[in-house]
Design a protein around this ligand. Structure first.
Ligand code: ADP
Length: 471
């Protein structure tokens, strides 16, 4: 899994969890608030009904006392009780919450109104006070009973709402504890996941890199953990493999150089022994030995030159001393140099009439040409013709060396310009370290040109350097 995906998923899961918890608690809180407000409405209704009942009784009583005593105080008390009855009759209508309650309130209002009008009607008939009291009390009982039922109904509602509030409170508490527990489990799982997914692979990575840094070149990082850590592990392992290959190549190179040095050195050593004054060898033989020494010294010189050039090129210190040259002159020089060296090879010059001018470092271009001609001779062990051709084609000045030697397999063609590359056929039989062409390619490219080869195994090869021409 990718670290990005892991963090995205965990954040999304936590956000969803937090949002749903908040949502549930908000819904629970608002329904508790609703139940509490219903409960308070019911309590208000009970209070209004109780007041109404009290004032009904007071009204009946004060009306009776006023009729028998004619005391103005009882008249006043009756008036105030009546206005209180009217007030609380309106008040019980303010807290209605259910249709049943609405019906009961309407019946109560009607019964109260009936009581008041009944009493007024009885009083207007001027009946004896006790009779009025008795008949009015019957109407009062009717109203009182209905208001009583209203009180009972509201008390029952208040109890139901209270139970509702308590249930919701219990639910919110249980839900809160459950959510906190879940959160704790999720955080523990997240920490465990982080440890397993990220910390462990990172610690392993650090430990292996430290081991590698301490000199254990075999140390590799196991490709495990999240995608990003696996990528780092792969990059590190690839880097370690590349370094291992480079070290192997360096060792192979040192071995090849040592091998290359040994042959000419042993020839020189034997020749030096032969030239000792104590050995009176004929002059002819002496000249042959001296020529052999010269050839080996030339070989050593080229080898050391190639090594120095490779080191310079690798360090980026290849300097060109550019001047205007005619490529024909450079070709002639090289042909003269190699002309007498081999008895079985014929050096042929193929030059145009017109000069082929080019802005180049003549020493370096001659070095490349030397490498081409030397290889052409070396890789035509049975002799043959080596043709050095100079020509100008459009904006290019071309120097080509053609041989009819052993040629190169097509698979090897693209690789012979890499340092230390030697083809399978020549590796064992013909001396060389595989540096000449890689140096040649860097030199030609530094001139802004390119190097190319055409070859056919058993038929021969053509090596060309194409340099930018000048007018
Ligand atoms: P070296 O000659 O020291 O091996 P070079 O870099 O000059 O190094 O050449 C690289 C390889 O290219 C040679 O080992 C050889 O296999 C191949 N090669 C170069 N020139 C020729 C040629 N003219 N004919 C056949 N093979 C060649």
């Amino acid at each position: 899994m990718k670290l990005r995906t892991f963090f995205l998923l965990s954040t999304a899961a936590f956000a969803a969890f937090a949002l749903s918890t908040i949502g549930v608690l908000v819904v629970a809180a608002s329904s508790t608030r609703r139940a509490a407000s219903h409960m308070s409405e019911a309590i208000n209704s009970v209070h209004a009904a109780a007041e109404l009942q009290g004032n009904l009784l007071a009204h009946n009583r004060e009306a009776f006392l006023a009729s028998i005593t004619e005391d103005p105080e009882h008249h006043e008390l009756r008036e105030s009780a009546e206005s209180a009855v009217r007030h609380w009759t309106r008040a019980i209508g303010l807290y209605v919450q259910t249709p049943a309650e609405a019906e009961l309130v309407a019946s109560s209002e009607r019964a109260v109104a009936a009581y008041l009008s009944e009493r007024a009607e009885l009083e207007s008939r001027e009946l004896p006070p006790l009779e009025v009291y008795r008949d009015a009390t019957t109407a009062l009982d009717e109203a009182y009973g209905l208001v009583d039922r209203l009180v009972d109904l509201n008390l029952a509602e208040a109890r139901a709402f209270q139970a509702d509030v308590e249930r919701q409170e219990r639910f919110a508490t249980a839900f809160g504890i459950g959510a906190a527990g879940l959160l704790l489990i999720a955080i523990t799982a997240l920490i465990g996941g982080l440890r397993f997914l990220i910390y462990q692979p990172l610690f392993r990575l650090r430990e292996r890199i430290a081991r590698y840094g301490a000199g254990d070149s075999e140390a590799r990082v196991p490709v495990r953990g999240p995608a990003e850590v696996r990528q780092i592990a792969r990059v590190f392992n690839d880097m370690a493999e590349t370094l291992a290959r480079q070290r192997e190549a360096q060792l192979r190179f040192v071995a090849a150089v040592a091998h290359e040095l040994r042959n000419p050195l042993s020839t020189i050593k034997v020749s030096a022994d032969l030239l000792a004054p104590s050995l009176h060898i004929p002059d002819e033989k002496r000249a042959e030995v001296v020529a052999a020494v010269r050839r080996q010294v030339l070989h050593l010189d080229r080898l050391v030159g190639d090594l120095l050039d490779t080191a310079r090129i690798e360090a980026g210190h290849l300097e060109l001393k550019t001047e205007r040259c005619d490529l024909r002159d450079l070709a002639k020089e090289v042909a003269t140099l190699y002309g007498g060296l081999s008895e079985v090879h014929r050096i042929v010059l193929d030059l145009p009439q017109a000069p082929v001018p080019c802005a180049c470092d003549p020493v370096r271009v001659t070095q490349v040409l030397n490498n081409f001609v030397n290889n052409a001779i070396k890789y035509s062990p049975h002799g043959g013709t080596v043709r050095i051709r100079v020509e100008r084609r459009a904006a290019e000045a071309i120097l080509a060396v053609e041989d009819d030697g052993m040629g190169i397999a097509s698979d090897d063609l693209s690789r012979i310009f890499e340092p230390f590359r030697r083809t399978g056929a020549t590796r064992e039989t013909i001396p060389g370290v595989g540096l000449g062409l890689s140096v040649a390619r860097r030199i030609v490219e530094a001139h802004g040109g390119r190097i190319e080869v055409d070859s056919e195994p058993g038929k021969g090869s053509v090596f060309r350097m194409r340099l930018p021409a000048v007018d």
